[in-house]
Ligand binder design. Structure first.
Ligand code: APR
Ligand code: PHB
Length: 389
């Protein structure tokens, strides 16, 4: 098999890139290890920045997003009984859209056949070869047969655990990582949200987040020690904890109901540099991970894909060899700013086990400052809606 761009991974990054390249007349093939159902079975965050919405609009794949997405003009920081609303619409002139990120993947997946985007599911043992040459290739197993895909470029959209990042020689690599001493226990329930906007809460018992998927489906989180087991958290215990941590005003509006999904996820900040080596580019979780505070994961993947599309169109359509060379620096400039915001919001809204009275006093002082300063609120707001691409 031969193509211009081999994409590894059919999550949001891989599918978004595949559609954008096809739309630009650039031939590509997407290789995915799992089945479509498995990919759609992953529960993900639900806040979209303008860049993600714009790329779906550019592809003409935003119909469901437009019909079902909830436009949000603000979000809230709760500190005990205090609720600080960040009015992102008035402070930045922009909004975010609440829409399950898995739904983005579904919209991209459903459109692939009609758009002629070739996605090979069940591609096992994917291996990258010749990434330092101008003629790299990928080998993989499919239906028991050894397959080979030759391409001019390979783009690793294979997430944190994929093979692409590991194909880059260690001598060329710089890694940065922060692992957090807690995880987020998330619950999905078909009950109306307790608030029409998101609430991030810092309570003496810990962090909580009230989010939603629609007017009838809610998504909540509490932070828990990494030693916690899901079986120790029956629904009622989660609802009780949320009612305490989110504060009395939100608690009064919580509608309880059976969880339709419940999971504990660890938190990590991670950046891999460079995001290009020879004929290999990296996009999304293959190159970076952010803690979910601020919901930057998918939106960073979208900005990476925007820059990668720009680079590959420059190469294939305008014979601009420098375009691909500029990709890594461009993508990383935005990655690091999102990493900083996600890290700082995580630090502000969580009680860390090793924190003492001074660290807590710093959180209270920062929340006091935010509650009284338009400049501080504007800084948070412009990061929350997404910095310019
Ligand atoms: N071969 C083929 N495919 C692979 C391999 C492999 N060896 N390893 C992983 N994959 C596939 C996974 O099965 C997955 O479908 O790559 C895909 C990676 O998708 P994600 O992990 O969702 O990563 P990405 O597309 O970068 O999405 C980034 O989206 O919803 C958000 O929070 C989420 O931050 C994440 C963001
Ligand atoms: C979600 O709706 O799942 C969500 C929202 C905001 C976050 C993380 C997750 O920061």
């Amino acid at each position: 098999m031969k193509t211009q761009v081999a994409i590894i991974g059919a999550g949001p990054a891989g599918l978004l890139l595949g559609h954008l390249l096809k739309a630009e007349g650039i031939d590509c093939v997407v290789l995915e290890r799992q089945t479509p159902d498995y990919v759609l079975g992953r529960i993900r965050a639900g806040v979209l920045e303008q860049i993600t919405v714009s790329l779906m609009e550019r592809l003409g794949l935003n119909a469901r997003l437009k019909a079902e997405g909830l436009v949000e003009e603000g979000f809230n920081l709760a500190d005990g009984e205090r609720l600080i609303r960040i009015d992102v619409a008035n402070l930045t002139g922009k909004t975010v859209v609440v829409y399950g990120q898995t739904e983005i993947t579904k919209d991209l997946m459903d459109a692939a056949p009609s758009r002629g985007l070739e996605v090979i599911y069940g591609a096992a043992d994917v291996a990258l070869h010749g990434i330092e040459s101008d003629a790299p290739h990928v080998t993989f197993l499919h239906d028991g047969n050894e397959r080979r895909l030759d391409a001019r470029f390979i783009v690793g959209c294979d997430g944190f655990h994929g093979p692409s990042r590991k194909a880059i020689p260690l001598g060329a690599v710089r890694e940065y990582e922060r692992v957090y001493p807690f995880g987020w226990l998330g619950i999905l329930a078909d009950v109306p949200p307790c608030n029409h906007e998101l609430i991030y809460a810092n309570h003496e018992r810990g962090f909580a987040l009230a989010s939603m998927r629609s007017h009838t489906r809610s998504r909540y989180y509490v932070d828990v020690p990494l030693t916690e087991k899901l079986e120790d958290w029956p629904d009622e215990r989660i609802w009780d904890e949320l009612a305490i941590r989110l504060g009395p005003e939100a608690a009064a509006n919580i509608t309880r109901g059976p969880s339709i999904e419940k999971s504990i996820a660890p938190l990590r900040s991670y950046v891999f540099e460079p995001m290009r080596h020879g004929s290999l580019l990296l996009c999304g979780d293959a190159a970076h991970i952010v803690p979910p505070t601020g919901a930057k994961g998918l939106n960073l993947a979208a900005s990476d894909v925007h820059y990668a599309t720009e680079a590959l169109v420059g190469y294939f359509r305008h014979s601009d060899n420098d375009a691909v060379g500029a990709y890594s620096a461009k993508a990383l400039a935005r990655v690091w700013k999102s990493e900083r915001f996600s890290w700082s919001l995580t630090k502000l809204m969580h009680r860390f086990p090793d924190d003492g009275p001074f660290e807590r006093a710093m959180q209270v002082a920062e929340l006091d400052y935010i509650s009284t300063s338009k400049a501080a609120q504007t800084s948070i707001a412009e990061n929350y809606v997404g910095l310019p691409v």
